[in-house]
Design a protein around this ligand. Structure first.
Ligand SMILES: Cc1cc2nc3c(=O)[nH]c(=O)nc-3n(C[C@H](O)[C@H](O)[C@H](O)COP(=O)(O)OP(=O)(O)OC[C@H]3O[C@@H](n4cnc5c(N)ncnc54)[C@H](O)[C@@H]3O)c2cc1C
Length: 500
């Protein structure tokens, strides 16, 4: 084992939305910071997700094999590179709604309250929108929470076919809104260009890539993490730091804590509550296709969302979820997970190739909050990582799907020459789609019922923090990215103070 001779003020593990944003916040302190990232830099051309070949090669699946509840292996759709999943995400950066922070009764159970409220996150949402250059327009969506600052950039215009749908939706009394999008000169803003790159240029920050952290070692009493063990180029290294921050994503951070068990922490580090890895959530997501009578470009931004059914509708008193259009299907990574959608399309339009099928379709993503269930969890069996996950809240999700089919039918009745009628191939995301994973180390005030305190510091280990999507005590139907970023900025404020 090689022991690095440096002593770092902070070691951050992972460079995704959480880790990449945090290092950007901490770099100006001038403190000595080490970032350990298991992936490498993603070549620029590879992040242009325009080629359907990418899907076939499954380039954005991690090299890992994980196992489902029944022990069936699968290849998780998660990206290991500098920037983490923000290198492959769609850059739809929305705030959670005010009620998402409160206790909400769903059809299948309760979504528990967060220990902090929307007002506590609001300044950090504004800071996050500035940092990630979010383009948007407030005021169209009645569920939009109050903003202390306007979006820093104006909204992105809809592709004409999508504009046509939105116009019809408005006439029907719905409230289609412009999707807030993080966009810079290079395309979608991500936590490499916005986070790690400016941080390494500015501060005393060292980034090591190809550095997979395998274990955290504590002092003999178990009160502090003393060293971080990583594999780099087949060699074991030990790095020493005063403060250690996990930002490996909700599944991998929990797995790392569980793997780092020792005499003082026999069930995994900081796991006196038994909650590390539990309450895994990932939303229920269905992609649905609307067939256009004319050809659309293969690549265009997602720009529209509809939250009219977010908290329910006249026939259903419980939350249903969020809908957004999918952008050019050829650039939509998760679409690769949906062969049933393509086979559905092939039946409707026989003789068309994949590319033609894709360019005759508008995709719609339907997302419904799943509820925390301690039996849904990350579990280790020896070296194997299992995701025990039973979807819940599916009646609400089904309602959303059927409600949206009704809406699309009405759109087609209003413009019969623009859309093919009556078929809506769709597919619900399987276990391997862990894009919206969260919840495995929930934060809270009580050490018996949460893993992290309000600063996302583990209750049990004074110098250990978790700053990725693990901290969510409940989910929402909104995509998680902006909330992970805002929280990293919030925890960053606390760490700046702590570092003096
Ligand atoms: C295809 C796709 C589309 C998405 N679209 C959107 C969207 O439009 N809007 C939105 O809000 N969200 C979207 N998301 C979700 C969003 O990307 C995530 O919520 C966000 O990136 C989570 O941030 P994180 O810091 O928790 O983890 P990640 O971004 O996953 O980062 C974790 C990092 O840790 C590294 N790592 C893991 N294990 C180790 C280890 N042992 N040692 C060292 N490094 C390690 C990984 O390589 C990675 O860099 C999308 C996700 C995907 C996959």
């Amino acid at each position: 084992m090689i022991v690095d001779d440096q002593q770092y003020d902070v070691i951050i593990i992972g460079t995704g939305a959480g880790g990449g944003t945090l290092v950007r916040k901490l770099a100006p302190t001038g403190k000595k910071i080490l970032i350990l990232e298991r992936g490498e830099f993603l070549a620029k051309e590879s992040s242009e997700l325009e080629d359907i070949e990418v899907f076939k090669k499954e380039q954005y699946h991690a090299p890992d094999q994980w196992y489902d509840t029944n022990g069936e292996p699968f290849s998780p759709q998660t990206n290991y590179s500098v920037g983490g999943n923000t290198k492959v995400y769609s850059g739809a950066l929305l705030r959670f709604r005010e009620r998402d922070f409160e206790e909400v009764q769903h059809q299948n159970g309760v979504s528990p309250a967060w220990p902090l409220r929307y007002q506590d996150f609001e300044p950090y949402y504004s800071e996050a929108e500035q940092l990630y250059q979010v383009h948007g327009k407030a005021g169209d969506d009645p569920t939009e929470p109050p903003h202390s600052q306007d979006f820093p950039f104006p909204e992105v215009a809809h592709e004409p076919h999508v504009q046509q749908v939105c116009d019809i939706l408005s006439k029907q009394g719905l409230n289609p809104a412009y999707l807030p999008l993080g966009l810079g000169d290079q395309g979608r803003t991500d936590s490499e260009d916005t986070g790690t790159t400016p941080a390494t240029n500015q501060g005393d920050v060292t980034l090591k890539t190809g550095a997979k952290v395998v274990s955290l070692h504590t002092n003999p009493s178990g009160s502090e993490v003393k060293a971080v063990q990583a594999e780099i180029g087949g060699q074991a290294y030990l790095f020493l730091g005063h403060i250690v921050v996990l930002a490996c994503g909700a599944i991998n951070s929990a797995a790392l804590l569980l793997r780092s068990q020792n005499e003082k922490h026999p069930n995994g580090l900081a796991n006196g509550s038994g909650l590390v890895g539990r309450n895994l959530m990932k939303q229920q997501i269905t992609v649905m296709v609307q067939l256009s009578a004319s050809t659309l470009p293969g690549s265009y931004q997602r720009t529209a969302y509809v939250n009219d059914f977010y908290w329910g509708d006249d026939n259903f008193d419980y939350p249903m979820g969020h809908i957004q259009n999918g952008g050019g299907i050829l650039q939509d990574v998760i679409f690769a997970e949906s062969p049933p959608v393509f086979s559905g399309l092939a039946k409707v339009l026989p003789g068309f190739g994949l590319r033609q099928l894709a360019t005759r379709s508008i995709s719609w993503w339907l997302q419904t909050e799943d509820l925390p269930d301690p039996n849904n969890r990350v579990r280790l069996a020896g070296e194997k990582l299992h995701l025990d996950y039973e979807p819940n809240n599916f009646e609400a999700h089904d309602r959303l799907v059927y409600r949206w089919i009704d809406v699309l039918k009405a759109v087609e009745s209003a413009a019969p020459s623009a859309f093919n009628r009556g078929t809506y191939p769709r597919s619900t995301m399987p276990i391997s789609v862990v894009a919206h994973q969260c919840g495995t180390c929930r934060f809270g005030e009580d050490a018996a019922t949460s893993v992290l305190d309000l600063h996302c510091r583990t209750h049990e280990i004074d110098n250990l923090y978790v700053v990725d999507s693990s901290f969510f005590p409940s989910n929402s139907s909104i995509s998680p990215g902006l909330t992970v970023i805002a929280n990293a900025l919030r925890v960053g404020d606390h760490l700046v103070q702590r570092l003096g």
